[in-house]
Design a protein. Structure first.
Length: 147
């Protein structure tokens, strides 16, 4: 019997394959696009806040940001108000690839949903928003318990 989480996992892995092929052309991995989107959305965001916002472990965020910094997509600077904190900024290179990243994401979503009616798409969006909100609430509760 298939489960909701298994189905989501299959969709996620297939999306990663698609994104990996498309993003290879701009020099980023299939997971790195989300960091670029978030950093461009909130320039100067603290690395730890980025970790919490994306629900990704701090060590994984640090590793991906180091790779993006090495590739010239972001810069990290010590927070002058808290020397232990790093602030993350997009470079012009990151800003330049934003349209390409968004186009790939929109293309994948269009391909996924092309066989769904408009009503089915609205229903799926509603259910997926509820599912994401529930997952976020559970993750935040777990983070609070660990702190």
């Amino acid at each position: 019997m298939r489960s909701v989480t298994k189905n989501i996992g299959v969709g996620w892995r297939c999306a990663n394959l698609y994104r990996a092929a498309k993003f290879e052309k701009i020099g980023i991995g299939c997971y790195q696009y989300s960091y670029i989107l978030q950093v461009c959305k909130a320039p100067g965001i603290a690395q730890e806040k980025l970790s919490k916002r994306m629900y990704i472990h701090k060590s994984n965020v640090a590793r991906q940001l180091a790779s993006l910094e090495e590739k010239g997509f972001i810069t990290r600077k010590t927070d002058p108000e808290d020397r232990r904190s790093l602030l993350v900024y997009p470079t012009n290179k990151a800003i330049a690839v934003l349209p390409q990243i968004r186009a790939v994401l929109e293309e994948w979503e269009s391909l996924l949903l092309e066989e769904f009616s408009e009503e089915e798409q609205k229903t799926l969006l509603s259910f997926s928003e509820r599912l994401a909100a529930r997952a976020a609430a559970l993750a935040e509760k777990q983070q609070e318990e660990e702190e």
